[in-house]
Ligand binder design. Structure first.
Ligand code: NA7
Length: 495
């Protein structure tokens, strides 16, 4: 879409984008491409990049291949390896935001604390933490999913006299070399941290309440020649990003997730089981690392090195229950004790917050907290009845799984942009999904979600308070098709 197209669209609108992470930067770029200049990206932090700004723990890596984890319009020949590290990805987002002229639109240290819709003017009043108020026509909530760290409820945690830190609040000045480090948590984060510290710290105790299935993946660094080839011929990047290797993997994975007894899932189960059996030499450790739930029920861990790292003599896997934290270590329920200098809480996030704790008040005084009292949800993951001209990127019930959220956000933007066209045309001043469309979507989604692998009997951040996977429960193709064009019969258009 070009700036030329925007000038054909008539009415200029004012926008508030919430969050300068991957999705907020995308919204800014796309708005600019439409010739829209009257927008502010409100960012609660002091830098851009969202999750890639907040997370900088040792070993941070994206488990989507680097060339697939880029904006479609900004391929990056410079990635150092097949999987990129956190700092590289942060650098990428900073570079793209700069290059596309989005940075001047970002207002840092500006947490949005409230959004109130005015039924008469069809405008939103957005209140920032400093008390300032901004009136806009459209709110784009790109506030992220995993940005409220979850601290474990373990007795004595506050009494620890060493360094205790959550993975998403890492302190780069903390020296881990030669230290005794405990890592609580066995999601992607805990696995990556233990892998990075293995053989580097004096001792690493990995506290595993639930071990994980590990999907082995190839890893290799790109050479200077590779990078030159990517620079010379973008087709080589496209071959990875759009190639069959990556996409057939995604199709097989989503098929497996939605057809839990089908051949694709059986293949995944066989691969991760073989990985465990073949990789872990010590039978006792092998049993400790054997999950008691199905593969991909929790977010599947993609790792090329955890099983090596965990067998290093400096690493001990603790699967007993934690009794309490004491000033100099962790006491187990069986009375044993791990003396530690550093305690890392890789215990995840409150995944149901989205834009909250900001209060959002929609049409006729509707409160988002009320609308989401049972579970956060949104029609096709992007919009909510009663909240006109309020759109989400990577909002609730959006796709989850091991593929690029950038691709998801781009497709969602394509859909949202078409809804906003209804306002740009000048014939309508507000657009929101009908309650009937929402109810129908939600009933079908919940029914299908319960039958996905995520609902097969394990705990994970994918599940809502009632244990229903908060996911897109159909194929990737179905998502892509749904995002092609809004069905306007599912929307209320206010003149
Ligand atoms: P996750 O995937 O939510 O993992 C959190 C881990 O912390 C998980 O292993 C939990 O065990 C464990 N945990 C949480 N509380 C406790 C207590 N009290 N005691 C012991 N263990 C505990 O978070 P991550 O940060 O690793 O990853 C989140 C996503 O970020 C990831 O999926 C990627 O999309 C990027 P449990 O499984 O509940 O037994």
């Amino acid at each position: 879409m070009t700036a030329m197209a925007a000038t054909e669209n008539g009415k200029k609108l004012r926008y508030a984008v919430i969050g300068a992470g991957m999705a907020g930067i995308l919204a800014g770029i796309r708005l600019k491409e439409r010739g829209e200049t009257d927008f502010v990206i409100f960012e609660k932090g002091d830098g851009l990049g969202g999750t890639w700004r907040d997370n900088h723990y040792p070993g941070l890596t994206c488990d989507v291949p680097a060339h697939a984890y880029t904006y479609s319009f900004a391929p990056n020949p410079e990635w150092s390896a097949f999987y990129a590290t956190g700092p590289e990805i942060r650098g990428y987002f900073n570079g793209v935001a700069e290059q596309y002229g989005v940075v001047p639109h970002i207002r840092y240290n500006s947490e949005v604390v409230g959004c109130v819709y005015d039924d008469a003017t069809h405008q939103w009043e957005v209140t920032i933490v400093d008390g300032s108020k901004h009136v806009v026509d459209v709110v784009i909530a790109a506030s992220g999913v995993l940005h409220h760290p979850k601290y474990p409820d373990i007795a004595g945690l506050d009494s620890f006299e060493g360094t205790c830190l959550h993975s998403a609040r890492w302190d780069d000045s903390v020296e881990t070399a030669g230290k005794r480090v405990g890592v609580i948590g066995c999601g992607s984060t805990g696995i990556q941290i233990v892998t990075a510290l293995s053989g580097h710290s004096e001792r690493v105790v990995h506290f595993q309440r639930s071990p994980q299935w590990i999907m082995p993946v190839p890893y290799f660094e790109y050479s200077d020649e590779d990078r030159q080839a990517f620079r010379d011929d973008v087709q080589k990047i496209d071959d990875i990003r759009y190639g069959d290797d990556y996409w057939s993997g995604i199709r097989r994975f989503t098929k497996a997730v939605t057809d839990v007894d089908g051949p694709e899932m059986k293949e995944i189960e066989a691969v991760v089981l073989r990985n465990l059996e073949d990789s872990i030499r010590d039978p006792e450790l092998r049993e400790k690392l054997r999950p008691n739930y199905r593969a991909a029920c929790k977010r599947l861990i993609y790792s090329w090195s955890y099983y090596d790292a965990v067998q290093h003599p400096s690493v001990f896997v603790e699967t007993g229950g934690i009794e309490r934290v004491e000033p100099n270590g962790v006491r187990m329920k069986d009375g044993s004790f791990h003396e530690l200098d550093i305690l890392v809480l890789a215990t995840g996030f409150h995944a149901d917050r989205f834009i909250r704790p900001a209060t959002v008040t929609g049409r006729a005084g509707a409160s988002l907290d009320d609308a989401w009292s049972r579970r956060p949800t949104a029609y096709l993951a992007v919009s909510i009845p009663g909240f006109p001209n309020f759109f989400m990127l990577n909002g609730p019930t959006g796709p989850v799984g091991n593929f690029s959220l950038i691709d998801i956000a781009e497709r969602q933007w394509g859909y949202v942009d078409q809804l906003i066209d209804q306002l740009r045309s000048g014939t309508h001043r507000a657009v929101e999904p009908s309650q009937a469309a929402m109810d129908d979507y939600e009933a079908r989604r919940i029914d299908a979600a319960k039958r996905t692998i995520f609902g097969s009997g394990c705990t994970s951040w994918y599940l809502d308070a009632e244990g229903v996977p908060a996911s897109w429960p159909w194929s990737y193709e179905a998502f892509s098709e749904a995002m092609d064009a809004p069905k306007l019969e599912d929307y209320l258009l206010h003149a």
